[in-house]
Design a protein around this ligand. Sequence first.
Ligand SMILES: C[S@@+](CC[C@H](N)C(=O)[O-])C[C@H]1O[C@@H](n2cnc3c(N)ncnc32)[C@H](O)[C@@H]1O
Length: 404
Amino acid sequence: MSNQRHLQQFIDQLANNISSNVFVKISLGNYQGNEKELKNIYVRRVKIKRTDMLSFTYRYKSRDIIKNFPVAEGITLVGHFMSNDFKIATLFTTEKEVILEHGKNQQISMREQMLSKAVTPDLSHNKEKKRLIQASGKPYLVELKLTDSEGNIFKNAQDKYRQINQYIEILNSLIKELPAGTIKQVVDMGSGKGYLTFALYDYLQNVLKETIKVTGVEYREDLVLLCNAIAKQSGFKQLDFVQGTIENYEVSAIDLLIALHACDTATDDAIFKGIKASAKLIVVAPCCHKQIRREMEKHKVKNEISVLTKYGIFMERQAEMVTDGIRALILEYFGYKTKIFEFISDAHTPKNVLVVGVKSADQDQSKNLETKKQEIKQKILETKTYFGIGYHHLERLLMQEQLM
Ligand SMILES: C[S@@+](CC[C@H](N)C(=O)[O-])C[C@H]1O[C@@H](n2cnc3c(N)ncnc32)[C@H](O)[C@@H]1O
């Protein structure tokens, strides 16, 4: 049988199994595409707002991303994945497993095996995901108006609750990359209403059972008063919020620095404090990249990409990438390993990029270090020249203190 027919037969079986309610799940593996750190994808059936959907869990090395699709679209997507970058798929039904595999000489084969024991599919479809931050028994979620006193999440708070859990999942996997007990002092710069600050404290203290101190820095006094009152009510003794600017925050020890959506250069101010404190982990979700955009617009350099950046939206995206790209280079200059990735679907917010710096344990102490630093400096200079950037706020702060 030809490859195309095997593939079509497999997709037809998948569609039939779903419509006859014997579909359990499907896994796609042996990924050979270009997406870095993607390992496999699991697909299950879910009901969202009373509509049948297929939920795809994209499993990366250190995180999962979930995307839901209408059933027909999801089936097409499985076909697309199996025609391209995934080389094996296992379809689990209530009674058998069907395996589609790309073998040697690009031949696709299909085989089946009956299960020794029938499996009952989860026909409720809406199995609740086990969240790291459970909704019940959390006075702070009630006070922040995300749940009622029974722990039911308000309809208009579902997205926020999901986001909080996604942040915590990511932070959890980053923290687990570090030696146990590394994170003792946490600072959240521009903590706002404290959604994440509370959840992070709760998770570190009550789930991971770490002895920690968490501080939120925020210039809006009303929010600081509110958050301190909620912390007190919740019995979170080692969580406090201080009123003031990030710029003026007196750095002492910081192991984990977070700043989520601290506007424009406030993100630079936060990273600067983290670098100065030699924080082990720096996690920021930048927001509006005006400083660099202004620089780019002021100097209007003519280069190969001018054809794109004449459009406002592309200029905005370019400014975002350049700002965060230089931030990552600066973190590397100070011995951090960096990652930049999307942490939530852009359907929730376009400000969905995380810049992460993990202080390298195996820091190069040799004279190579100086060479490496000079190379990074050169790259920063070239990037600034190419995009017509007079200065980058974070670099300027570090230079003013003669740290760079
Ligand atoms: C968009 S909100 C994000 C709040 C919170 N981090 C979150 O993700 O839910 C940004 C917060 O940072 C505060 N902020 C912005 N710049 C600041 C600065 N330079 N110093 C202190 N707070 C700042 C604002 O008052 C606001 O509450």
